[in-house]
Design a protein around this ligand. Structure first.
Ligand SMILES: Nc1ncnc2c1ncn2[C@@H]1O[C@H](COP(=O)(O)OP(=O)(O)OP(=O)(O)O)[C@@H](O)[C@H]1O
Length: 285
């Protein structure tokens, strides 16, 4: 679905944002793209959807260079940017004017999503609150039914019930034919939704791993004191949060926040442990 090889990109020559960046995304997965503020998540997504152009390397989407922005590719991908701008028309008018660009657009699904999100369908879009506008666009993005759906910080501006609703609707709209990538720096918003975690750090992808596999390989715990078995530890008022190897125990919950902190803190023991085995669908570390 998305094949990025040896991507080089920077807004200025002096400050490259990506160097030797590789990433593969496949159908049937919901990817969570995590990275610190300014790591380049939005920029990476823009390269994928043909709104930023690689300086070196290749970025292919649906078998075509993303930068070509071929109509057939654009009809089968939807990109929802972090900042949204809606026109001063009703939802119905917006749908009438734009749904035609997406051959698989599902009008019934849109009605259902708008009801679930409690977005008034008759209102002029610019008269809606920012959160309501965002929910309208998320509903539209899901209903467009494209093979590739790229959502940049979709939960920004959503209240707590809407975030839960967002996770529910996304899970409903997902099929094995689709590939979803969602960026966030609010790691907890994606827990229980994504199946694969992608971490962007230091100009490259430092992790692209299946959550089930991570749960089999790692355990996350709070202990009175970290010992030498910890691959990574972080002090807390209750003791220490630790990541340890899971030696054949039951897979538990992956603490995405702790894992993220470890990866961007460049925890060498964890990096080395994870690199010992090739994950199923992308080189890690
Ligand atoms: N159009 C642009 N022109 C010049 N620099 C830019 C442009 N867009 C982004 N940048 C810079 O590129 C870097 C990465 O920005 P980007 O928005 O991709 O990061 P991000 O990981 O999405 O951040 P955040 O989590 O804060 O949204 C930042 O230093 C930013 O200032």
């Amino acid at each position: 679905m998305v094949h990025i090889r040896n991507l080089h990109f920077g807004y200025s020559k002096k400050r490259p944002l990506f160097q030797h960046l590789d990433l593969t995304l496949e159908r049937g997965h919901i990817y969570g793209l995590l990275g610190k503020n300014g790591a380049g998540k939005s920029t990476l997504l823009k390269n994928m959807v043909g709104l930023a152009f690689p300086e070196g390397g290749t970025c292919e989407v649906l078998g075509q260079p993303a930068a070509k922005r071929l109509p057939a590719v654009l009809a089968d991908l939807f990109f929802l940017p972090e900042e949204i701008y809606v026109p001063a028309v009703t939802a119905a008018k917006f749908v009438e004017q734009t749904a035609g660009f997406y051959p698989k657009f599902d009008h019934e699904a849109l009605t259902h999503y708008l009801v679930e999100f409690e977005v008034p369908a008759q209102a002029v879009l610019t008269a809606l609150s920012f959160g309501q506008q965002k929910k309208f666009m998320i509903a539209f993005a899901l209903a467009a039914n494209t093979s590739l759906l790229v959502l940049d910080e979709p939960t920004n501006g959503l209240d707590i019930p809407s975030k839960a609703q967002f996770r529910k609707l996304l899970a409903t709209a997902f099929t094995e034919e689709r590939c979803l990538i969602i960026s966030t720096h609010q790691v907890r918003d994606l827990e229980s939704l994504i199946d694969t975690v992608v971490v962007l750090h230091g100009q490259r992808i430092v992790l692209n791993a299946d959550l089930g596999e991570l749960a089999e390989r790692l355990t996350f715990a709070t202990v009175p004191e970290a010992d030498e078995t910890a691959l990574y530890s972080e002090g807390s008022i209750r003791g220490a949060y630790v990541i340890r190897p899971n030696h054949g125990g039951m897979p538990g919950r992956v603490d995405l926040e702790l894992l993220f902190n470890a990866l961007v803190g460049e925890a060498p023991a964890l990096m080395s442990y994870l690199s010992q085995k090739q994950p199923t669908h992308e080189p890690v570390l």
